[in-house]
Design a protein around this ligand. Structure first.
Ligand SMILES: [Mg+2]
Length: 286
């Protein structure tokens, strides 16, 4: 689907209609207003929070927490964070009053208040991941590796492009020698490459969530990265897929929002639809 060019918005101005502000079909917002249940799936890094060299300090854009609190407290929207991070990172970074549902490591982990689950591991594949991890360390990438359940990510953010190029070549070498033959996948993400177990991706999370929500109820997925494309494609035909990114790129998403202003306007509109209004501050980094 083509990316739609949109005008920018700065805040939740009640003088401007939701449709003018977000250029999203009346029909979708009406469904959110009228439906007793709706579902909002959100990627974290690059979508709700700006990228930072220090991943432990990637806090959400200003205003996002307030808008999500309002949405959650309406008790009419299931809010689901779908991330490549460890699931436990999200409550610490988002600091919402109500614990959100989180699918971490692209769906390998599931976390909600009082409950944590891990997919049943395939021992052979986990052993292969462990070998990959050791080989990446031998390539001198120890400082760049993030070992997590069901995945090994190698981050290139903040390093010299030439060094990053050499590191990528080393990762591909390790993949060809130790990863590809045993079924591991090598997937690109923003500023990195990741070894992943097969059949674990954000599209699988969308399928799992969709199976649990009422048919035809409003559902949207917001994400920025190539890993979010699996989720965009997995949405049902009544779903709203939204690319959140400063610049457009080829995507399966039907909508495009520039963060943080348009993202915040979108979340505020959702809150208005389910709760009847929320005060939104102008968006910038928290
Ligand atoms: Mg992202």
């Amino acid at each position: 689907m083509p990316v739609r060019e949109r005008k920018r918005s700065t805040h939740c101005d009640s003088q401007i209609s939701l449709e003018e502000r977000l250029n999203i079909q009346n029909e979708f917002w009406n469904k959110v207003r009228q439906s007793p249940v709706s579902t909002l799936l959100l990627d974290y890094d690059g979508t709700l929070a700006p990228f930072t060299a220090d991943r432990d300090a990637a806090f959400p854009y200003k205003g996002v927490v307030e808008a999500l609190n309002a949405i959650l407290e309406s008790c009419r929207t299931r809010v689901v964070v779908v991330t490549g991070r460890r699931a436990h990172d999200i409550p610490r970074l988002l600091r919402l009053r109500t614990a959100p549902e989180v699918w971490g490591c692209h769906g390998y982990e599931y976390l909600t208040s009082g409950k944590y689950e891990l997919k049943k591991p395939d021992e052979d594949l986990l052993r292969a991941l462990s070998i990959v991890d050791e080989e990446l360390e031998k390539e001198g990438l120890a400082d760049r590796i993030e070992y997590k359940p069901g995945a090994v990510a190698v981050h290139f953010r903040g390093i010299d492009p030439e060094v990053a190029g050499e590191a990528m070549a080393a990762v591909v070498r390790v993949y060809k020698e130790y990863g590809s033959h045993c079924g591991l996948q090598l997937r690109r993400f923003d500023q990195g490459l990741e070894f992943r177990l097969p059949n674990v991706d954000k599209g699988g999370v969308v399928h799992a969530v969709v199976a649990e929500v009422p048919p035809h109820s409003p559902i949207a997925y917001l994400g920025d990265d190539e890993t979010d494309e699996d989720a965009f494609r997995a949405l049902p035909c009544n779903g709203l897929s939204v690319l959140v990114r400063a610049d457009p790129r080829p995507t399966s998403a039907s909508q495009w929002l520039r963060p943080p202003d348009e993202l915040l306007a979108f979340l505020c509109c959702w809150a208005e639809c389910v709760r009847g209004g929320v005060q939104c501050k102008s968006a910038s980094r928290a």
